[in-house]
Design a protein around this ligand. Structure first.
Ligand code: ATP
Ligand code: MG
Length: 241
């Protein structure tokens, strides 16, 4: 595996019963890439992520990962009744029992929540909890950050802020980021590489080389998306925000 490569997947197949969930998947990801994985519901995106993080291991093929992984799962729900504060929430991401007070405080500050260390997580907004989850995933100082639909349930402003943070971390720490997203606009604006998945890999390459026709095949409502200045935006009806 070359030095500048973070992930290699070769001839990956995954079946449940007799049904292919993932078929003949081949790709590699360079260190420092910000990869956006797009595809319709049921395409196998979360399954691929679970294979990368080692949660699913009964696949065939080769999966090679260089470096430590930090992971933000899909559908994380925080029970707002749980009486923990922001500091404790971030600390939970650390497997080491050593005191890393400084790192926790630094991360809370970097995700824009300094001064809120003692605030109960249950009293924070969805966007704040999501940024706190990002801090928690970064506490183990990963080389590769994997996120599954991190924008779900967060408003447009919160989303934009979150993507900016990801881009900042990616550039500053030379972090490799692999992110599943349904927000094609954000993916085309922020990601360096796009992967279109629907059981097989339909396309994979630098963002600027992905052709609209390839996406059209995957998304029946693709006509609602317009391409401008190298990024996609959902077309809005008048009066719609
Ligand atoms: N435990 C399971 N048992 C049976 N089928 C499963 C299981 N987990 C996933 N599947 C099937 O595998 C396929 C891929 O699911 P997966 O969750 O990876 O899709 P996805 O691309 O993440 O979808 P979404 O965009 O809705 O999150 C689906 O057809 C799903 O029904
Ligand atoms: Mg999924």
């Amino acid at each position: 595996m070359a030095n500048d490569i973070a992930v290699v997947v070769r001839d990956l197949n995954y079946l449940i019963g007799e049904k292919y969930i993932l078929k003949n998947i081949n790709f590699s990801i360079k260190k420092g890439d910000f990869v956006g994985i797009v595809g319709p519901n049921g395409a196998g995106k979360s399954t691929l992520i679970k294979i990368l993080i080692g949660e699913i291991d009964n696949y065939t093929g080769e999966v090679m990962i260089k470096g430590k992984i930090g992971y933000l799962p899909q559908f994380q729900t925080f029970n707002r009744e749980v009486p923990i504060n922001a500091y404790q929430f971030v600390k939970m991401g650390s497997y080491k029992n050593k005191k890393n007070v400084k790192l926790i405080e630094k991360l809370i500050e970097e995700v824009g929540l300094s001064g809120k260390e003692k605030q109960l997580v249950g009293t924070m907004s969805g966007g704040e909890i999501q940024r706190l989850s990002l801090a928690r995933a970064l506490i183990s100082e990963p080389d590769i950050l994997i996120l599954d639909e991190p924008e779900a349930g967060v408003d447009q402003m919160g989303k934009a802020r979150f993507y900016e943070l990801l881009e900042e971390f990616q550039k500053r720490l030379n972090l490799t980021i692999i992110m599943v997203s349904h927000d094609i606009g954000m993916v085309f604006e922020k990601c360096t590489t796009v992967m279109c998945l629907n059981k097989t890999l339909h396309c994979h390459g630098p963002t600027e080389k992905i052709k609209p026709d390839e996406l059209k095949l995957l998304f029946p409502d693709f006509d609602l998306w317009i391409r401008s200045k190298n990024h996609y935006e959902r077309e809005h009806e008048h009066g719609d925000i």
